[in-house]
Design a binder for this molecule. Sequence first.
Ligand code: SF4
Length: 344
Amino acid sequence: MQMEKLIQKINKISDEIGREVRLMEVCGTHTQAISRFGIREILPKNIKLITGPGCPVCVTAQRDIDAIVNLSLAGIPVATYGDLLRVPGYFGSLNEARENGAKVFDVYSVPDALEIQKSHPDLVFFGLGFETTTPMTAWGIKNGLIVYSTHKIFLPAMQALLEMGEIRIDGFIDPGHVSAITGVKPYKKLKVPQVITGFEMKDVLKGIFLLLNQIKNNNLKVINQYSRVVKNEGNKEIRKIIKDVFEIEDGLWRGFGVIPGSGLKIKDKYKECDAKIRYKNILDKVDFSHSGEPKGCGCERVIRGLMEPKECPMFGRVCVPDNPVGPCMVSVEGACRSMIQIRE
Ligand code: SF4
């Protein structure tokens, strides 16, 4: 289908629905794509795209940021992905810790971290993200990498959003990369129209059209529009690697607090590689009573889709990509950062 034709069809079906429709994208890469292609701007006025908790850096709890910063300040070398270094915590960011003499390394991959471990045997890798980044961390642990795990399972967060009922969600644009691992089946437990789609402009528009079509016809399906990458059964081999290394526990999310069954803990058989056990003596001494939201920052509400970035008084004034107040302005997948890109 040609792009213009697709847009015409979206306009027509939106008119036929005749009410406001709220669709949430729950994948940071979709958030980026929607901003990059200006998709919000070309949709009819009654179709609202809301950004959900799909940015791994944004949903990493302040307590975990404070924990890793404290480990680095206590002299433990730390490595993680670049964006995370800039997230401000109560004790500063990892970047600031580095300026104060801590050994902090930004890496592109788990093999990079393993390479650094050769010269820094105590190195702790701060593992974050969902089903897409977890397999590499699991592989690192199997190869002796010490990890502070904040890895999360994505589906319980979608479930929590629906159960909390704070906002109306008429449909989800499901995460494409995560779905390639999980497959289609897990989403079926959510009683809301859903579409799994890719990241090209045409993919996203097609996904929106398929959701609107479901909404118009009162269907509750999970449509896999990204079958060139996402197989119905997902990737069993990768899930096996995750299951060998991690077990499910309750997970701590920024914006939500604890979501039952959404966290991944390193199994006992790899406890030598679990930084939370290995450095328990340091972590037990950290005062986490201040590990809340930075003053005035609305990231917790932005992450749950309750507030648009531009509603935050600091957006684009005090809080900018070079001086982020909250994590949603740090990562390119963050709601605030992706919105500011439109203005730039
Ligand atoms: S604009 Fe900055 S301070 Fe406001 S919610 Fe976003 S990240 Fe937080």
